[in-house]
Design a protein. Sequence first.
Length: 232
Amino acid sequence: MEIAKSSLCRAYALGIVKYGESWQLQNNLVATRIASEIPDTILFLQHFPTITIGTSGKEGDIVVSEDLLDDEGISVFHTDRGGGVTYHGPGQVVGYPIFNLKTKGKGIHQYVRDLEEVIIRTLDAFSIPAHIDPQYPGVWVGQDKICALGIRVARWVTKHGFALNVNTNLKHFTYIIPCGITGRQATSMSQLLGHDIPLKDVTSCILEQCAEVFNIEVKQESVEELSQYYAC
């Protein structure tokens, strides 16, 4: 059955945000989306340097000392997304869709595939050929990972999402075993293209691809509208 285009999806560009602050914001938005008090929403942001440990991760996948992390200003956060250990930092485009999957007629597996497709199409627009790996979630260029995915779903409403390396400090990925995968490296758009890319250009392209892949109409809104959800 063909699914009709849903209501507007609101998009917000938050700038650079502490991981714990964005996690609490997502929790508040998920609760209001479950209650059908807001439409589908997607947050775009960057994080201060943070290593996150997902529900299947372990601290042993951090391979440097706490002192080194402290010296470089990298925090550690245990989070409730699926997956293992990953890194977030400035120069990534992080996207957190808060979508009701029932309104889209999608299961969780298809939702993950669609997120990967959004990133693959975005990279193609920048002349970077990317692909999925059936063994591992995320998006890859050759043998190198360029985008991590990790989600959680509560009553069919999603949170967490993807982190696309655009101008990211790739050295910080050497401090972890990303998602428990050995023998692979992280890459970024700037490393592949040889120059930095404006994050707003990448975000705009992701929004276009989200509209196409998820069959939604995306409207960018002022971040001030979210102030009540920070305070919940």
